[in-house]
Design a protein around this ligand. Sequence first.
Ligand code: F6R
Length: 268
Amino acid sequence: MQIIIYDNAQQVAQSAAQWVKELINKKPDPVLGLATGSTPISLYKELVAQYTAGQLSFKNVSTFNLDEYHQIDPANPQSYRSFMHQNLFKHVDIDTNNTSLPTCAVGENPRTQGLAYEQKIKQAGGIDLQILGIGGNGHIGFNEPTSSLSSRTRIKTLTQQTISDNSRLFKQGEVQPTMAMTMGIATIMDARYVVLMATGASKAQAVKEMITGGVSAMCPASALQMHENAIVLLDQAAASELGEKNYYQWANNENRKLIEDYGYFHNY
Ligand code: F6R
């Protein structure tokens, strides 16, 4: 894992945007894995700003989102399709035919839908760069604690903690779904690079467990310890429980020097 600690959430977003930009500029047909939630909103703002400034085009980009609520109408403002439309897709030149979420509409079979999503990712050539957030309980995507580390796209029942963490996003009287389709942990592990963003003190404990705890289904994000190219971008608050901050800082300075000498060695 490469752990990079920034002074604030804005710098985390700028750094994540830099990863996306590098991929888009490097690969003619980039495949980007996307996340929803509060954390990546500032990343999407940054990407929209760069697009508007003419520095970035999404024309050839395909995207796969991590998750979507079960049986939700895509037009529902609470759907992750709507989230992506509002925060990114409608502002940039992406072809929405090339944007996918793991949907399961009323009457569809979650198992068949999960298998089809896996197939679609494979057909696109696999995910080059997967953006992740982390839940307060260590989930990635909606892979809640106890999720199999070998899991693939499927339906999951959300934990009470996740339902209550996300209740802030629902107005009174709005139905909050309790089940979702999500990429599995093995699906995420297949991405060539993963960039996990975590900001705020409410993520500090989960971040500590992900980085310094044992690999365990009780902290699904800890599976990233087994990923060859996992980059963790933190603000000071999210990093506050970590004990080796000076080492991470030093290692990143050394990495920067290597990059200056040899260029980026990201291998998409
Ligand atoms: C969203 C997702 C979730 C979130 C996580 C953190 O697509 O897969 O794992 O990344 O719940 O959410 P926020 O950023 O709202 O704290």
